[in-house]
Ligand binder design. Structure first.
Ligand SMILES: Nc1ncnc2c1ncn2[C@@H]1O[C@H](COP(=O)(O)OP(=O)(O)OP(=O)(O)O)[C@@H](O)[C@H]1O
Ligand SMILES: [Mg+2]
Length: 252
C-alpha cells in the first residue's frame, strides 16, 4: 500500500506520517518512508541519529546531472537514467523503519532543474511501483505536487486539516484535485483537535467527518522541542494512530 499525505503548511503532515510509520511497524509491517518535501524534516521527526548530516538526494546536483546525462549548453538529457544503485545507496534505516530523503532540486534562479528533477521523479516512481513494504510519502504543503503528478502511483491520500478555516479551505481544494487526478482512496484526517467543538467545526466545514482526529498533544510538542523521536510515543495521541491503521488496512 502506498500512502501519500497533503494539507496546508504546518498542519501536522510529517508528524502524522511518523506516528503512522511507528504504528505500522509496531504491528509488524515493513515500512518505507519517502520524504519528498523540498525542505525535508522527516529524519528529525523519526529520531534518526545524526539527522542533520543526512543530505537529500536532490542536493547531490552533480550526481543527478551525471545520471541525467546533462552536458553544458545542451538541451538534451537522458530520459531513462540508471537509478537502481541510488535507491540502494541513499536508504537509511533505524529501528526497522527505512527512510529515503529525496528533497527537490532548486536552482539559484528558482527555475526548473529539469534533468535533475527527472532523475528524482524516476526514483520516486520506481519506489512506488516496486516497494514491497508499506510506503509513506511525506510531501510539501499545498497543491502543487498534485499538479506535478508526484502522487500518481499512490493508492491512498490523507488530507490533513486543523480546526481553522484556512486549513479546511486548502483541504477541500486538495480533495478536488485528488479526485480529478483519480487517486483511489482519499481521506480527511483532523489534527490539533482540542475538544468536540473542534471536531464539529471540521466536520461541518468539510461536509464530512474525518476518518480520525489527532489530539493537540503536549507529548508531541515536547518531543519535537527535545528533538526526540515521536515514533515510539505511546501516550498523548489517544489511539489515533491505531485507529488510522485499522481503517487504512481494512479498506486497502
Ligand atoms: N497533534 C499534535 N499535537 C501537538 N503538536 C503537533 C501536533 N501535530 C503537529 N504538531 C506540531 O506542529 C508543528 C508542525 O508539524 P509538522 O511539521 O508535522 O507539520 P507539516 O504539515 O509537516 O509542516 P510542513 O507543511 O512545514 O511540512 C511541529 O512543531 C509539530 O510538532
Ligand atoms: Mg512536513
Amino acid at each position: 500500500m502506498k500512502i501519500a499525505i497533503s494539507g496546508k503548511g504546518g498542519v501536522g503532515k510529517t508528524t502524522i506520517m511518523a506516528l503512522l510509520a511507528g504504528e505500522l511497524k509496531k504491528q509488524g509491517r515493513k515500512v518505507l518512508v519517502i520524504d519528498a518535501d523540498p525542505s525535508p524534516h522527516m529524519a528529525e521527526t523519526l529520531g534518526i541519529r545524526d539527522a542533520k548530516q543526512v543530505k537529500p538526494i536532490a542536493d547531490m546536483g552533480a550526481l543527478l546531472a551525471e545520471r541525467a546525462g546533462k552536458s553544458q549548453g545542451s538541451p538534451f538529457y537522458n530520459l531513462n537514467p540508471e537509478v537502481n544503485d541510488l535507491l540502494r545507496d541513499f536508504m537509511l534505516e533505524q529501528d526497522g523503519i527505512r527512510l529515503m530523503i529525496l528533497g527537490a532540486v532548486q536552482t539559484a534562479e528558482g527555475g526548473c532543474a529539469c534533468p535533475e528533477n527527472h532523475v528524482l521523479r524516476k526514483m520516486l516512481k520506481k519506489m512506488l511501483l516496486t516497494a514491497e513494504e508499506t510506503v509513506l510519502l511525506d510531501m510539501e504543503a499545498g497543491v502543487e505536487h498534485l499538479g506535478r503528478g508526484t502522487v500518481a502511483g499512490a493508492d491512498c491520500l490523507l488530507i490533513v486539516t486543523i480546526p481553522s478555516r484556512s486549513g479546511i479551505r486548502t483541504a477541500l481544494k486538495i480533495k478536488k484535485m485528488a479526485d480529478d487526478v483519480g487517486i483511489p482512496q482519499v481521506y480527511f484526517v483532523g489534527n490539533l483537535v482540542q475538544n468536540q467543538d473542534d471536531e464539529k467545526f471540521i466536520e461541518q466545514e468539510l461536509g464530512e467527518r474525518p476518518i480520525v482526529f489527532f489530539p493537540d498533544s503536549k507529548a508531541v510538542r515536547q518531543a519535537e522541542r527535545a528533538e526526540q523521536s515521536i515514533v515510539t510515543l505511546t501516550e498523548g495521541v489517544n489511539d489515533a494512530p491505531e485507529q488510522l491503521v485499522r481503517i487504512l488496512l481494512s479498506e486497502g
